[in-house]
Design a binder for this molecule. Structure first.
Ligand SMILES: Nc1ncnc2c1ncn2[C@@H]1O[C@H](COP(=O)(O)OP(=O)(O)OP(=O)(O)O)[C@@H](O)[C@H]1O
Ligand SMILES: [Mg+2]
Length: 264
């Protein structure tokens, strides 16, 4: 069953001559564990789509089901509960609380979800390469380090879905790669479903699926970098297994197994 199922979903602003169709009749199904890159020009509806999936925004029409259940859109308190229980959101400009240290920022999210776990929080900061910086305040860290705290924070309550809006938008390419690697490693390990908005085509290599939006519509939906690499490896391995002698067959089987595990 799909974890996210949007059916004929629209989000309009204004009316008549000021009408903007930020989302225009979107139907979309996302399976558990998919890593989706969301691309599209400015104003195409990427943030609106992410906010709808996060239950931060209410669509004008259409339905949103999460694990087959209707998301309580329109009921503010229930939307907040849904978000706390299921969604980790990483914003472009970190949104860290300046008066709290890196560790305290992570612990706060666990507290809000009623899941305080200091060991896990420390482990997450370590997994994004921030061991030793737990007690620093945001003002004492670089942009890349702050964004990695934001990632650890989003992951801290083990949400079912992780949403990132231009999460590397203001980082240089080397730091972007480091930040994305830290994120994707944990998401894959914990099989979290991930959707990230990016303007940077090169970051689609981290995705298993790439969705292009334009004028509030999905104009392209394709398999992404990770998946296509795994598919190619799997096909190559299959032809090796089919066509050659025993020793090589064994190597082929091994690669096939690895490729298969990447696809799972
Ligand atoms: N509160 C609002 N009131 C009116 N129009 C809005 C509002 N929020 C968004 N829009 C419009 O909805 C459309 C989609 O906006 P959205 O923020 O989703 O685009 P985006 O793809 O995230 O763009 P960007 O890449 O610039 O962040 C735009 O035309 C925008 O002007
Ligand atoms: Mg946006």
């Amino acid at each position: 069953m799909a974890i996210i199922q949007l059916s004929q979903l629209s989000r309009h602003y204004g009316e008549d001559e000021t009408l903007v169709k930020a989302l225009d009749d979107i139907s979309l199904s996302i399976e558990e564990g998919e890593i989706v890159a969301l691309l599209g020009p400015s104003g195409s509806g990427k943030t609106t789509l992410l906010n709808t999936i996060a239950a931060l925004d209410i669509p004008t029409s259409g339905s949103y089901q999460f694990h087959g259940e209707n998301v309580p859109l329109g009921h503010i308190e229930n939307m907040t509960t849904f978000r706390r229980e299921n969604v980790g959101y990483i914003f472009q400009f970190f949104n860290l609380l300046a008066d709290l240290t890196a560790l305290e920022n992570v612990l706060l999210v666990q507290d809000l979800a009623g899941k305080r776990d200091r060991k896990k929080a420390m482990g997450l900061l370590e997994s994004v390469g921030l061991s030793g910086l737990e007690d620093r305040f945001p003002s004492q860290m670089s942009g890349g380090q702050r964004q990695r705290v934001a990632i650890a924070r989003a992951l801290a309550k083990s949400p079912r879905i992780i949403l990132g809006d231009e999460l590397t938008g203001n980082l240089d390419s080397e730091t972007s790669t480091m930040v994305m690697e830290a994120l994707i490693k944990t998401c894959r390990k914990e099989k979290m479903t991930t959707i990230f908005v990016t303007h940077d085509q090169s970051l689609t290599r981290f995705a298993t699926r790439i969705i292009h939006l334009d004028s509030g519509k999905i104009i392209e939906d394709e398999s992404g970098g990770l998946k296509s690499i795994a598919m190619t490896a799997k096909h190559t391995a299959e032809s090796v297994v089919d066509n050659t002698v025993d020793g090589v067959k064994k190597i082929g089987s091994k690669i096939k197994g690895m490729a298969q595990s990447m696809l799972e």
